[in-house]
Design a protein around this ligand. Structure first.
Ligand SMILES: [Zn+2]
Length: 359
């Protein structure tokens, strides 16, 4: 890990119109739960030799009220990719606070555009978890300059996949990341926002209507200590909608799901005694689906975890029953849960994190 001092880097906040636009763009998309959940996603702007990128563990939604961007030496990040290593992670912000740059720093660096936005769009993910996603998107994104990026772990592997895609299609400005999300790039924040909206429009999926939750039974089940009934209506569709339930019980569709959900979802029978016993035997589980009734969550579940859970519900209620799905493999999951888990946990602000995010 290399710690760099950015004292000699230009400070753009007061001067750069584009940096101010980045703050606005980031806050806007960060507040849209269909694009960003908790600390997921990241944005950047390249100003001369410096790439300002979201710090790991910070929330895009906070962009206009907190210092969430770190200045990364662009040349240093690019030479890291060239040398087949991750970019330095610790950087100092304008106010002297040391923050960890996003795990996707190298991916932003290799994209030759001033502004880059990476989002966990639920509409995009609804396509990106399908075996036939690429073929289906050929229809939806016809006429646009886009690339399908096969699933690879975040960080350097993803940066290298993007580079490979760019070598075959240098004008591509839309990247659909299999089992992960969406990246768009452009010269200005305005251009990126318009492109993002345009792609979202093309990829829009209709969410299935789910049966009403059974709040009475859920309250009885959650009444046992350590559990509660979330008040976010959407989340219950994970258990009340048969298709959603079977999708999430089948495996893990994207890395953030692996981190906050501790693997595939556990389904409880809608019977108070059995449910209570299973809860007692699994006090560390973040949530349970109660078949046909709704969801109960661990009392320790954070706001970040809840946003992730809502995001998962929004994704799976957009996947049709007959869709051929590609779940993450055991090997991919192990990588996420072991090697990348630290960064993901920091980013997710998860209740399961073992370490505190750096100040
Ligand atoms: Zn991501």
């Amino acid at each position: 890990m290399v710690a760099l001092n950015s004292a000699d880097m230009p400070l753009p906040q007061a001067r750069s119109k584009e940096f101010t636009s980045l703050l606005r763009l980031s806050a806007d998309i960060g507040r849209d739960p269909l694009l960003i959940q908790a600390s997921s996603g990241n944005t950047s702007v390249k100003l001369d030799e410096v790439m300002w990128i979201k710090a790991s563990g910070t929330w895009l939604a906070d962009a206009e009220r907190e210092e969430i961007f770190v200045p990364v030496d662009l040349k240093e990040a690019l030479s890291a990719v060239h040398q087949n290593r991750e970019a330095p992670v610790d950087w100092e912000t304008q106010s002297g606070v040391r923050l960890r740059a996003s795990i996707e720093t190298t991916m932003h660096a290799v994209l030759p555009s001033r502004v880059v936005a990476h989002v966990h769009s639920v509409n995009t993910i609804g396509w990106a978890v399908r075996e036939d996603g690429r073929a289906r998107l050929n229809e939806r994104l016809r006429g646009l300059s886009w690339c399908w990026i096969p699933y690879v772990p975040s960080g350097l592997p993803l940066a290298q996949e993007i580079q490979k895609a760019l070598s075959g299609c240098p004008d591509a400005n839309i990247f659909v990341l299999a089992n992960h999300g969406l990246v768009v790039r452009g010269d200005t924040c305005g251009e990126v926002r318009r492109l993002l909206d345009f792609v979202e429009d093309r990829l829009a999926l209709s969410p299935a209507e789910a049966p009403e939750p059974n709040y009475n039974l859920l309250s009885c089940i959650a009444g046992r200590s350590g559990w509660r009934v979330p008040d976010h209506a959407t989340v219950h569709s994970l258990a009340t909608d048969r298709n959603s339930r079977s999708i999430v019980a089948g495996g893990v569709l994207f890395p953030c799901q692996a981190i906050f959900s501790a693997g595939s979802a556990a389904v409880l029978p809608p019977r108070e005694e059995v449910a209570a016993r299973m809860q007692a035997e699994n006090p560390e589980r973040p949530f349970f689906l109660v078949e046909g009734c709704g969801v109960v969550v661990n009392e320790r579940m954070t706001r970040a975890d809840m946003e992730m859970l809502v995001g998962l519900a929004e994704v799976v209620r957009r996947i049709d029953r007959s869709a051929p799905l590609r779940y993450l493999s055991e090997a991919e999951l192990q990588l996420v849960l072991n090697e990348d888990a630290h960064d993901y946990r920091l980013r997710a602000g998860s209740v399961h994190k073992r370490e505190q995010a750096p100040a």
